[in-house]
Design a protein around this ligand. Structure first.
Ligand code: AMP
Length: 188
């Protein structure tokens, strides 16, 4: 099969993760979600985790150079086991990240094949984020919605039985920060 390098764009809560996972299953390629990687780093208290924790807790974007390094490492790691591409979910989120990705790929004579934008109205996103419940275990990372996709036992992860949480960045005050227009990916 030819390589497929895809990018999923959209506001937080648009459904990027769900659609990305479907694509990954269908194309048999890994799902590289920066939010999951960064949460994993925070949960494991790595050096990167310590650096990004304050940004994530406040719903702010982590610095471009940090996230670019994390993504490039993840791409290299994924390539070792599944060389036929990937879906990037949650990256790039700024023009600097997009430029950095393009430069890294150009050096390797590679390119992104498709960019999929999921544009969802603010009201829908707000409601979804408030209804979202997440498994705190970074190795599981299952995501539920109290209305549309509840866990079999309320508050307990179906996969690993951990107690589900409301992510710090899914609280109403943080959602407002995440939705600010200057946090949106804008194309020049
Ligand atoms: P997500 O799960 O994609 O909504 O990401 C959760 C949090 O991780 C975001 O609110 C940011 O703090 C951080 N994050 C994820 N991806 C990026 C990125 N590409 N650039 C900067 N921060 C990011």
């Amino acid at each position: 099969m030819s390589e497929k390098r895809l990018v999923m764009l959209g506001p937080p809560g648009a459904g990027k993760g769900t659609q990305a996972q479907w694509l990954c299953d269908a194309l048999d390629i890994p799902h590289l979600a920066t939010g999951d990687m960064l949460r994993g780093a925070v949960a494991n208290n790595t050096e990167v985790g310590q650096q990004v924790r304050p940004f994530m807790e406040q719903g702010r974007l982590v610095p471009d150079d940090v996230v670019v390094n994390v993504v490039v490492e993840a791409i290299d790691e994924a390539k070792k086991t599944t060389p036929n591409g990937y879906v990037l979910d949650g990256f790039p989120r700024t023009m600097r990240q997009a430029d950095a990705l393009q430069k890294v790929l150009a050096k390797r004579k590679e390119k992104i094949d498709k960019v999929i934008l999921i544009n969802t109205p603010d009201e829908v996103v707000q409601e979804r984020l408030m209804q979202r419940r997440s498994c705190p275990d970074p190795l599981c990372g299952a995501v539920y919605n109290v209305k549309s996709k509840p866990a079999r036992t309320a508050g307990i992860c179906d996969n690993c039985a951990k107690t589900l949480i409301v992510r710090d960045d899914d609280r109403p005050e943080t959602i407002r920060v995440r939705q600010q227009p200057n946090r949106r990916f804008t194309v020049r």
